[in-house]
Design a protein around this ligand. Structure first.
Ligand code: ATP
Length: 350
């Protein structure tokens, strides 16, 4: 279990890379840190690892306060995006390196390294050096080395970012299976929301050194707590449309929708609807966004349709491939599932 209390890191120059973070990561949990560049993900991981000293606050691993302990005494293994495996050592020596540091006898080291290598399908490559391995194989060696020291936690900083799209997908599935088998607490930094959704038990979405939302992937996807989280999550971004309340209805992009509760005309409202949760129809309806199809983008099994509405905003929605009307066609989009934000904070689901 990793517990962060009031964790704050202010770099010289005044950058608040971490701003009063409180978090408990459960034993065996796969926890993803997600957020835009510069939001503090790497700093948080490095602070847990002991590579960065917090300005304030504490880090506990299980019941131990490790805030002032050097990295070597924290019993965590960190894998960085550039793997940092030793070029002059073969695969066995690389995997066995942490065991050598722990002064484990040579024969035992070799047996353990071979065991971990087998688990990661590296057995045929034990005598190769990193230069003779593919990117994906190098990454597996780095993982094997992290596993070999039986840490209490894995800390991964974008470990898949150097892989091409196909390998990355393979590595993702592999990593998830491995983490389940080993049941080791894992903190995983990524700026790829699809990766976080696919891998994590819980995700923290960060911005400017703060955790904006900490929740399960389903919760983050279906109930993003703020418009920032909403705009960050989803392979096609959520439509975020200005909305206006009158005593009788909610008015959004030419549609007249039922009021979800008592709202005021002065409220700063945003209506959020994912492209996947709208139905396109050729006829106008009062509860649908009216418009004209302007752009079609092929997503393979689906088509991303852009609808220009008369009131201004573009609306994007996804329809099954082959069901998209041609550009220039009038159409309307009925929301099936939506969210309402007041002052950029989630008010209710619709
Ligand atoms: P990325 O996705 O680009 O790696 P990140 O979310 O991991 O970004 P961090 O690397 O943690 O972000 O950086 C958080 C903030 O702290 C940034 O504004 C960064 O410029 C700043 N920062 C990081 N390291 C230092 C440092 N050693 N000195 C001063 N500022 C730093």
């Amino acid at each position: 279990m990793i517990t962060l209390h009031a964790l704050t890191k202010i770099f010289p120059g005044g950058v608040h890379a971490l701003d009063d973070i409180h978090l408990t990561i459960a034993d065996g949990e796969f926890f993803a840190l997600l957020g835009p560049s510069g939001c503090g993900k790497t700093t948080l991981l490095r602070t847990i690892a002991g590579l960065e000293t917090p300005t304030r606050g504490t880090v506990h691993i299980d019941d131990r306060n490790v805030t002032d302990l050097p990295p070597g005494q924290r019993d965590v293994a960190m894998v960085f995006q550039d793997y940092a495996i030793f070029p002059h050592m073969d695969v066995t020596a690389n995997i066995a390196y942490p065991l050598r540091i722990k002064k484990i006898p040579r024969a035992e080291r070799a047996t353990k390294a071979a065991g971990v290598a087998a688990r990661l399908s590296l057995t045929d490559l034990l005598h190769r050096r990193p230069a003779e391995l593919s990117g994906g194989q190098q990454q597996r060696v780095a993982l094997a080395r992290a596993i070999a020291c039986h840490p209490t936690a894995f800390l991964f900083d974008e470990p898949l970012s150097n892989l091409d799209a196909r390998l990355r997908l393979e590595a993702r599935t592999f990593l998830k299976r491995l983490q389940r088998e080993l049941a080791v607490t894992t903190v995983f930094v990524t700026h790829d929301q699809a990766e976080a959704l696919a891998l994590a038990d819980r995700i923290a979405v960060m911005s400017d050194g703060r955790m904006i939302q900490v929740a399960t992937p389903a919760e983050i996807f279906h109930r993003p707590a703020t418009t920032f989280v909403a705009s960050f999550i989803g392979s096609t971004p959520m439509n975020l449309l200005p909305a206006r309340a009158t005593p009788a209805a909610l008015h959004v992009a030419g549609a007249t929708l039922p009021l979800p509760g008592p709202l005021h005309s002065g409220d700063n409202l945003t209506y959020g609807v994912r492209p996947e949760y709208m139905t396109l129809s050729p006829t106008e309806r009062p509860d649908a966004f009216p418009g004209v199809i302007s752009v079609l983008e092929n997503l393979g099994t689906h088509t991303l349709v852009t609808l220009e509405t008369p009131t201004g905003p573009h609306i994007q929605l996804v329809v099954p491939e082959g069901e998209e009307p041609p550009p220039g066609t009038p159409a309307s989009a009925t929301p099936r599932r939506a969210l309402l934000y007041r002052d950029d904070t989630l008010l209710t689901t619709l």
